[in-house]
Design a binder for this molecule. Structure first.
Ligand code: SF4
Length: 210
């Protein structure tokens, strides 16, 4: 079977199994998603959501977060790993949004990745989920599942993104990241994948071999 056809069948099947696959971070606008995604590094989404509910009440805009002191931000986000570094990222990124981008989050990959604490994965999450711009956010789950399914040949996230982009049409990129991510969270677990109950096992070269 041709590779594009195989991935299309995998995505169709995952769409049937995980119709609710989506980003689990809570947000109401691009700024909130940018902040939540910066905070989500090495942290569970649920804990990030608890923190951002308080954070956005106290600092609802880039202007408010840029004006806040580091210790005020740290106090709110201190339950998250690397909270000191993340507080600095939030304050610096907010200041740049205010000074360079009229307080708006730019819908552009290179402008987003110019912000402190914003790498390609974070930028892709924001583009895809806040602006509906085709992008494939390769997180740890998407990376693992893509390799096991033989959709990507490298362990490097940027190479995985390129491999996926070459076999998935752009109109499916956003859903593909959500679907592969959900498969990784629920079934293709890092330590012990649940191959017998996997909906896409018939197209997986790693099935039952891990
Ligand atoms: S068959 Fe197993 S290794 Fe392949 S995607 Fe499913 S859970 Fe992962």
């Amino acid at each position: 079977m041709e590779e594009k056809e195989r991935v299309a069948r995998i995505l169709d099947t995952l769409e049937e199994h995980f119709p609710d696959a989506r980003l689990l971070l809570e947000f109401n606008n691009p700024f909130e998603l940018l902040v939540a995604t910066i905070l989500a590094a090495q942290a569970p989404d649920e804990r990030v959501n608890q923190v951002t509910r308080t954070l956005f009440q106290r600092f609802p805009t880039p202007q408010a977060l840029a004006r806040a002191s580091l210790s005020e931000i740290e106090e709110v986000i201190k339950s998250l790993p690397y909270y000191r570094q993340k507080a600095r990222f939030l304050k610096e990124s907010s200041s740049i949004l205010v000074e360079k981008f009229q307080g708006e989050v730019p819908p552009d990959l290179s402008e987003l990745t110019s912000l402190p604490g914003v790498g390609r994965k974070t930028a892709s999450i924001v583009l895809a989920n806040a602006f509906n711009i085709p992008a494939i956010a390769v997180d740890t789950h998407v990376a693992r599942v893509s390799q096991r399914l033989g959709l990507a040949s490298s362990s490097s996230p940027s190479k995985i993104e390129k491999d996926l982009a070459s076999i998935i049409p752009p109109e499916r990129w956003i859903r593909a990241a959500h679907l592969l991510g959900f498969l990784g969270r629920t079934t293709c677990l890092a330590r012990k994948p649940r191959c017998p109950e996997c909906p896409v096992r018939e197209w997986c070269p790693s099935a039952d071999s891990l």
